[in-house]
Design a protein. Structure first.
Lengths: 831, 294
């Protein structure tokens, strides 16, 4: 069928014709035309970016997920063959793990060399069962990276037994492709993907320990490059998304810390490095101390097992055929790309004689980038050769593959690009089942052939073409395991409540800063600022300074040029505005699993646009730049209003939203008290009533309350009525009392009846009324007002204290973990 | 020889610890030459959960979990142990060390092979390898070379406590030629592995008072550490104490072994809360009469 060393064409039948199962797709592609396809490729990029399938953490490298418009097609027969081969491999891996973490007979029989186990950092000794008794499986999930050679056979280049990641990306590829290029799906019978999540979910539920609580996905957190997958899987399967710090152990059992107390967890779907799950027995850090003890005790199950990455070692491929015969009594149905382990005899010399014909990988690190000697310079090759000679057992060599080609949309038309295919397997309690799709990727030279998931490479959707006759048979002939009753660990974890609280505070802080910036910029832009405006500017600069939005020593009202530069500095890289924006973005990303997809998309898009607009501010500190900055502050205020609106529309009342709102109210209440203190705290205020008046006028403006004041009291500005509006009027949504009342109502929903926290807000409200009454009754309102700052400072602190009480009660359930006995205490004699 | 071991570790915390998980290797391991007559591990406060089991190396491990606030934590292990190890035999009659390296790569050596690889605390290191190679000259009987190496450690290195920490690398120990038993053991293990000989880190105790008429051993009153070295499939393992320049006979009590300290650290834990902490360790290993029990 193929000739010599020519790469195989996925689409062609080798006789110049397209394979039958590709034909309908080809005709759809041709009727779309080259230009439309290129356009759709751009739209796909855009769609993935908009859906946030790119990380948006400012200052951190973003990962762009890309998908080619043209899928890779597998016929029903091809798929069935791959499924059977992968199922055999997965079971083989399971049996090898059972032996290596148990009696290790395979090593005694010399079927696996000690280097690949004892010399392998992925061999986690605390996961060993020396007595060999172990009632459960190591693997429920398995994936394999495959290439199709010139002879038409798929071969495995890498086995993924650790976390077998990527299913969520395959699901997203399909969903977005169907939306952006619907024409390709016409007249096609493609196996659907989503039902497979039921299989994954059942696999987890099937592992549950008696009535021991629900399943949860154990994530390494939002800094994980595949965080998006953790979010999607936990949401689609309705299981909790937890991090190490959310879990605690009591009497050997695992619990999730929630606002309502501890909730039992029975199954952990591991999406965290196996070596980092237990900080007592494995690597110190973010693990749950004692988790392995709980697993050994049978109180909780973890899949895949913490130590399951052991058999990803590339060198193991050399021994799989013999292992399959020994453990299964069968030949491998799906072979590995021919691989040699260089630690045996003179193998290393064989490989070094013809280095360019091989692909070189560290023998025990399945995640490392393979080295392609063909692409190295002579010096680099010599360096590699000397490393291999020095430690042959540390290396594995696979025959350099000639991967098959598949059509991809390029700049000017279709390009045939070499491809790799990742497929996923799940053990459903009875047998291994393949995900009816996969993740294909177009390989480029700089891209590793079998490294981790593609980062900047282009992925492809994988279509398994349904065979109508087999579909009917399949439904009838399938033995579906009984559906387990689904329990979810849904209650709000304390960490999540904390994140919502801080998202609320940062959003408010952003809004507050924008309000002040706008007030400053408006005044700078006036052609001839009046004396009053200049003294207002002085106050505003002080306020911005206390928000760390401006270095007050940089700013003088005497030099407008300097002042402009100082104000604009807050918008530039490392300035105050991008910093607060980054805080908001980080909280949003952390809470991704708690926001609806739409809300997350809208918020992240706005954040990205705001960040970009800041970066694009012209460097000159002139009027045009100030105008642009002023426009930005308006956009920020709109953004804050949008988030508030989205939260009201999209978030379930209760839980997270209570804390989001509470955070905003507390931040705003403190800001009002601090701001009022700042505008009144001026030199000479006691003897110059004009200064107090200026301050109050400014305070009304910053609280958007000028119009309300005018409606009530016309243009006469008097301290008591102004203070009433700002501090004590519970009906003014921009005033302090309103925030406190709102916070009190939120607390009623958060805490239990009769809790002393409920009474904490009342004295604060009383103080706002007392301040107004004291001013009203005093003989000289201006002087009494000028004396308020210390009292306002106390009020500010009292509000902060209430926030602290809530935070201590709900968020800091547990302090930071520290290790004993493995630290750097000086050694005295011993221990 | 029969001994009574008492090992007390006491942590005092600056502020209460809310939750604590400890993993201790404090129960002596039974060997053909070491019998454990009785043993106990007692803690104050009592743990909410205690598990006893074996680790990958076959050592006894005890897990202790505390979930009530406590300001200090004390773990006391006591045991009555009988040790009597046969003398090592004629060093000159042992096989040449190169054949031991070969044997570790053969089917007979797959278990010992685990101790051939470098680990974070006892890595393969050029300095330790060179130092070891000076005794392991070509064709030399392995035990003869090992005993000389053990003697050289004893004379070349100065026992000095407080100058090294758990994170002091072996390269620095080789440079300064001083440290404590863990440092010397890691250095020796590292060097033996460097030339391909399986070597393990061994944790235990040495008698507090010397036999009448002899000098007090270094490393008494504390946990002690020494080195296990594989001499081939026929001979198996021998234990030597580079800190004191002696072969283990009846002055040591064995707790367990691993690739380095981190596999068998006597007491380790993770605490939540606690502020600053201080730790006090006391070890006592005294000969007792036959029939004594805890």
């Amino acid at each position: 069928m193929t000739t010599g060393d020519q790469p195989l064409d996925e689409m062609g039948d080798g006789r110049g014709q397209a394979k039958p199962h590709w034909r309908p797709l080809l005709s759809s592609m041709f009727s779309l035309g080259r230009e439309t396809l290129s356009e759709r490729a751009r739209l796909l990029d855009q769609a993935f970016a908009e859906e946030g399938i790119t990380a948006i953490l400012p200052g951190e490298r973003s990962v762009n997920w890309r998908c080619d418009p043209i899928p890779l097609l597998l016929s029903a027969a091809e798929f069935a063959q791959l499924e059977s081969g992968l199922a055999q491999r997965a079971e083989l891996m399971e049996l090898i793990l059972q032996d290596l973490y148990g009696p290790r007979n395979l090593m005694a029989e010399c079927l696996i060399p000690p280097e690949l186990v004892y010399g392998n950092p992925a061999f986690l000794r605390p996961c060993c069962m020396p007595d060999g008794s172990r009632g459960h499986r190591h693997l429920s999930f398995y994936a394999a990276d495959m290439l199709r050679g010139t002879d038409g056979a798929w071969r495995v280049l890498a086995d993924r037994t650790g976390q077998a990641q990527g299913i969520a990306y395959a699901l997203e590829n399909r969903r977005i492709l169907a939306r952006i290029v619907p024409e390709l799906f016409q007249y096609q019978k493609i196996e659907p993907l989503r039902p497979y999540l039921e299989t994954v979910s059942n696999a987890l539920q099937a592992l549950g320990v008696d009535d021991a609580g629900g399943a949860a996905l154990l994530s390494s957190g939002h800094s994980d490059p595949l965080w998006f997958e953790h979010v999607l899987l936990s949401r689609e399967m309705s299981i909790g998304l937890v991090e190490g710090g959310d879990l605690t152990l009591r009497d050997g059992k695992v619990f999730l810390k929630t606002l309502r107390g501890l909730q039992r967890i029975g199954v952990l779907f591991r999406r965290k490095d196996g070596n980092k799950v237990d900080s007592l027995e494995l690597a110190s850090g973010t693990g749950v101390p004692g988790l392995l003890d709980a697993i050994r005790g049978g109180f909780v199950r973890m899949v895949n097992d913490a130590g399951s990455g052991l058999v990803e070692a590339p060198g193991l491929a050399a021994f799989l055929p013999a292992l399959a015969r020994r453990l299964l009594g069968e030949e491998l149905r799906l072979a590995s790309q021919a691989t040699l382990w260089l630690g045996e005899g003179a193998v290393v010399r064989t490989v070094l004689r013809d280095l360019e014909g091989w692909l070189i990988r560290p023998a025990t690190d399945g995640g490392a980038r393979p080295v392609v000697p063909m692409l190295l310079s002579a010096a680099e090759r010599a360096d590699l050769a000397s490393k291999m000679e020095a430690d042959p057992g540390g290396w594995a060599a696979s025959v350099a593959p000639i991967p098959s080609l598949a059509p991809c949309v390029g700049e000017t038309g279709l390009d045939a690009k070499p491809i790799a295919l990742r497929m996923f397997m799940t053990y459903d309690g009875n047998r291994w089942r393949a995900f009816p799709g996969g993740l294909a990727r177009a390989l480029s030279e700089e891209d590793a052939l079998a490294g981790r998931l593609p980062r900047n490479a282009v992925s492809k959707d994988v279509w398994v073409m349904a065979d109508e006759s087999s579909m009917v048979q399949g439904v009838l002939g399938l033995t579906t395991p009984m559906l387990a009753i689904r329990r979810t660990a849904g209650d709000l974890p304390s960490r999540v409540a904390d994140n919502f609280y801080w998202l609320g505070r940062y959003l408010e802080r952003l809004e507050e800063a924008a309000r002040l910036q706008r007030a400053v910029i408006t005044r700078i832009l006036r052609p001839m600022p009046s004396a009053r405006e200049i003294s207002e500017l002085e106050i505003l600069i002080g306020s911005l300074g206390s928000l760390k939005m401006l270095a007050t020593e940089d700013a003088s009202v005497l030099g407008m040029g300097m002042l402009s530069a100082a104000v604009l500095k807050a918008f530039r890289a490392n300035g105050g505005m991008p910093r607060v924006l980054a805080h908001v973005a980080r909280q949003v990303e952390t809470l991704r699993d708690r926001l609806t997809g739409e809300m997350h998309a809208v918020v992240t898009r706005s954040l990205r646009e705001l960040g970009e607009a800041m970066r694009k501010l012209p460097p000159e500190p002139n009027a045009r730049t100030l105008e642009a900055a002023s426009h930005l502050t308006t956009e920020i205020l709109e953004f804050a209003a949008t988030v508030a609106g989205l939260a009201a529309e999209n978030m379930v009342r209760g839980g997270g939203r209570l804390f989001l709102d509470f955070g905003r109210r507390m931040e705003r209440a403190q800001a009002i008290a601090a701001e009022l203190r700042q505008v009144l705290d001026q030199p000479g205020a006691l003897t110059q009533p004009g200064r107090v008046e200026t301050g109050l006028r400014l305070a009304l403006e910053l609280r958007d309350s000028v119009i309300t004041y005018r409606t009530r009291y016309l243009a006469v500005l008097q301290p008591a009525p102004a203070l009433d509006l700002i501090l004590a009027d519970e009906g003014n949504p921009r005033g302090l009392a309103f925030q406190l009342v709102a916070a009190r109502e939120l607390l009623r929903e958060i805490v239990e009846d009769g809790d002393s926290l409920l009474l904490a807000v009342e004295p604060l409200l009383q103080e706002t009324r007392d301040i107004v009454q004291d001013v009203l009754r005093s003989p000289d309102q201006m002087v009494t007002t000028a004396l308020l700052p210390p009292r306002l400072r106390k009020l500010d602190q009292a509000i902060a204290a209430v926030g602290d009480r809530v935070s201590r009660r709900y968020f800091t359930l547990l302090p930071v973990a520290r290790s004993l006995g493995m630290d750097s205490e000086p050694r005295r004699g011993a221990a | 020889m029969r001994y009574r071991v008492q090992h007390i570790t006491r942590y005092a915390y600056g502020s209460p610890v809310e939750l604590a998980a400890h993993m201790v290797h404090l129960r002596p391991r039974v060997q053909p030459w070491q019998a454990v007559i009785s043993e106990s591990i007692v803690t104050d406060p009592m743990p909410a959960r205690r598990t006893d089991g074996l680790d990958h190396f076959g050592n006894h491990v005890t897990w202790l979990f505390l979930d009530l606030p406590h300001a200090d934590f004390e773990v006391t292990s006591e045991a009555i142990v009988e040790v009597d190890r046969w003398p090592p035999g004629d060093p000159a009659a042992t096989r040449d060390w190169e054949s031991v390296v070969e044997a570790a790569r053969s089917p007979d050596g797959w278990e010992a092979a685990e101790f051939q690889f470098g680990t974070p605390m006892a890595p393969i290191n050029a300095d330790t390898k060179d130092y070891v190679a000076q005794s392991f000259t070509p064709g030399r009987p392995v035990l003869e070379a090992l005993l000389e190496l053990n003697e050289r450690f004893y004379t070349d290195f100065r026992f000095r406590s407080g100058v090294t920490t758990i994170s002091t690398p072996v390269s620095q120990v080789m440079q300064r030629r001083e440290g404590v038993c863990q440092d010397f053991s890691h250095a020796m293990v590292s060097g033996l592995r460097g030339i391909g000989i399986p070597a393990r880190y061994t944790s235990g105790y040495i008698r507090t008072k010397p036999p009448p008429g002899q000098v007090k051993r270094q490393g008494a009153d504390q946990s002690h550490a020494w080195v296990g070295c594989w001499l081939g499939p026929e001979y198996g393992w021998i234990d030597v104490d580079p800190t004191n320049g002696i072969v283990i006979r009846d002055e040591h009590v064995l707790l367990g072994w691993g690739r380095d300290f981190s596999d068998v650290s006597p007491v380790r834990g993770v605490i939540l809360g606690g502020g600053d902490h201080s730790v006090l360790v006391s070890v006592d290993l005294e000969p007792v009469d036959e029939g004594a029990a805890v």
